[in-house]
Design a protein. Structure first.
Lengths: 277, 284
């Protein structure tokens, strides 16, 4: 049976796709530190990339979850006007990605499993970021993740935008919250490229197929974590209560299975599943 | 190797039946002259964008290129439609560029040294990263590792291919995973950046060269200048995101004129040769 001729998604499908993007960006949605505080038993933030910068758009730290010691890396958005500026809306500069590299190196040395939280529109698109090697910083962070010798679990909790999200996504297992998404570009950026009109973001959101179910079907994510009815913003405690056991279970499995970074590399080498050789 | 003087860049070439005109200074050449000058304007030094086929012709020892994975094609996994169906766009690019997708890979010799080679084709949907491009790139890296030869990649890519959505994004991870294999056998990756090298391409494999070269005035960066201006209203510094800009900031080893590129590559392959004097080196 041949597929129907491709065409633009229906307006209902476009509205549904866009509604999900709006939930993932809801101003009251719990951000990484809100979930870290509620899901983990202890968290001590560490600061700086040890090369001259400390980017508040990305936080790292040491944590405990039950008996487990963890290293944590997370995108962090701001809630208040002041904090949004300081956190740069969760969009990291090169110093943020270098801070993540520091965390991966630390985790390797101390044999700590890594837990990441992804919630970023993407890497910061600015002059200073480019001057300081934004692309190089992201590339080196991808490399660091694929060499990490300890178990690694990623949780996409909100927006997962492009290369900036990939910098803390290349884990052994990936969880995605029910209303979170992972995308090659923000729907606005995709619309600007495809239609030369950022206003057609709803059409782009539908065309990009951002439903988390697809990520699981395609082997990019392993599990969808349900949110409270209406979305995570309606109840942070309940969101954390739903998430914590999934982190415990998945991380427990990874620790028990023992870690082979070669297997992680194989996962990302083979993941589109189109090519058998 | 010496850093080249700067040349103005050219994005396009005007073509009449038998003549091309430099888009920067207007200098006219016959098609044959333009080809023998490697599509670099002899008057002003502007480097024109070239196809993957022309790139391979320029770089390798004549008759030594053996293409890999020619038949490998991707799929329209997202059933993608923007203003047209994605498969239509692909077909059109395939017949225009005489390539199955935006990259050409194979075994070759450069100055006598055997290498694995990949060349991106910007004319094919902006040299963007599809699953097929990522797969062919990854296989070329792995085949270089398996056959014990250095890997050379000439990138000219706008980054992600929107029509393949998150699959395109994941090609960044795929390419980096493949490069790990080359590092495990201690073989060099020489990354050459041509105009333009942007987005997901420079934020993954292209930035991870053991040695990174770039053609003069190539545009290189994570986010394009137009998007930065729209998003931040920032003033762009002079020469923003050119090869020379990144070289001055320690991100690129050498800016190399295309007319010296073969020679520079041969020197690099010679200095890195693990078995010097066994006869396969030395330029003819
Ligand atoms: Zn000219």
């Amino acid at each position: 049976m041949s597929l129907p001729a491709p065409e633009e998604a229906s307006s209902d499908a476009q509205s549904a796709a866009w509604a999900r993007v709006e939930v993932s960006r809801h101003p009251h949605r719990p951000y990484s530190l809100d979930l870290i505080e509620r899901c983990l038993d202890q968290f001590i933030e560490l600061h700086g990339d040890r090369q001259g910068g400390d980017d508040a758009a990305l936080v790292i730290g040491l944590a405990r979850l039950g008996q487990m010691r963890l290293a944590v890396v997370a995108n962090q958005k701001g809630r208040t006007l002041e904090e949004r500026g300081r956190r740069n809306f969760g969009m990291a500069h090169p110093e943020g990605y270098r801070k993540a590299q520091r965390l991966f190196a630390l985790a390797g040395r101390l044999q700590l499993p890594v837990l990441s939280f992804i919630d970023t529109p993407g890497a910061y698109p600015g002059v200073a970021a480019e001057e300081r090697g934004q692309a190089w910083a992201i590339a080196q962070t991808l490399e660091a993740q694929l060499a990490l010798p300890t178990p690694y679990l990623a949780v996409v909790i909100g927006e997962g935008g492009s290369g900036g999200a990939l910098a803390t996504l290349l884990a052994d297992s990936v969880l995605v919250l029910e209303n979170a998404f992972l995308s090659v570009a923000s729907p606005e950026a995709a619309a600007a490229i495809l239609f030369r009109d950022a206003g057609r973001k709803q059409t782009a959101a539908a065309a990009l197929r951002l439903e988390p179910r697809n990520l699981v079907d395609w082997g990019i994510a392993d599990e969808i974590v349900p949110e409270p009815p209406g979305g995570a913003h309606t109840d942070w405690d309940e969101t954390a209560a739903l998430l914590r056991p999934r982190i415990e279970a998945r991380m427990g499995q990874l620790v028990a299975a023992g870690v082979d970074p070669a297997r992680r590399r194989q996962r990302y080498r083979r993941l589109d599943g189109l090519f058998s050789a | 190797m010496s850093a080249s003087p700067s040349y103005p860049s050219a994005k396009a070439v005007e073509v009449s039946d038998s003549e091309v005109a430099c888009a920067v200074c207007g200098h006219r050449q016959s098609g044959a002259e333009a080809e023998s000058s490697l599509q670099v304007c002899p008057a002003c030094g502007a480097h024109r964008r070239i196809s993957a086929h022309e790139r391979v012709r320029q770089l390798v020892d004549p008759g030594t290129f053996e293409e890999w994975d020619r038949g490998l094609e991707g799929e329209d996994r997202l059933h993608f439609f923007d203003t047209r169906a994605y498969p239509e766009r692909l077909e059109e690019a395939r017949s225009r560029e005489r390539l199955p997708d935006a990259i050409l890979t194979g075994a070759a010799r450069i100055g006598g040294f055997p290498v694995g080679l990949a060349a991106f084709d910007f004319g094919f949907l902006g040299g963007s990263l599809s699953t097929a491009v990522g797969e062919r790139l990854a296989r070329a890296i792995e085949r270089s590792a398996d056959t014990g030869v250095p890997f050379v990649c000439v990138t000219a890519s706008g980054g992600a291919r929107m029509q393949e959505g998150v699959f395109s994004l994941m090609q960044m991870a795929k390419s980096v995973a493949a490069l790990h294999r080359l590092a495990e056998v201690h073989l060099p990756f020489i990354s050459i950046l041509a105009d333009p090298t942007m987005g997901g391409s420079i934020a993954s494999f292209a930035a991870l060269g053991d040695v990174i070269l770039a053609e003069p005035k190539a545009m290189i960066g994570f986010t394009g200048a137009r998007v930065i201006t729209q998003a931040t209203y920032e003033q762009l510094p002079a020469g923003f995101q050119t090869s020379e800009f990144h070289h001055a900031r320690g991100l690129i080893d050498h800016v190399v004129d295309r007319r010296q590129l073969r020679e520079v590559l041969t020197e690099l392959l010679a200095v890195l040769d693990t078995a010097p004097g066994d006869g396969h080196g030395a330029a003819a």
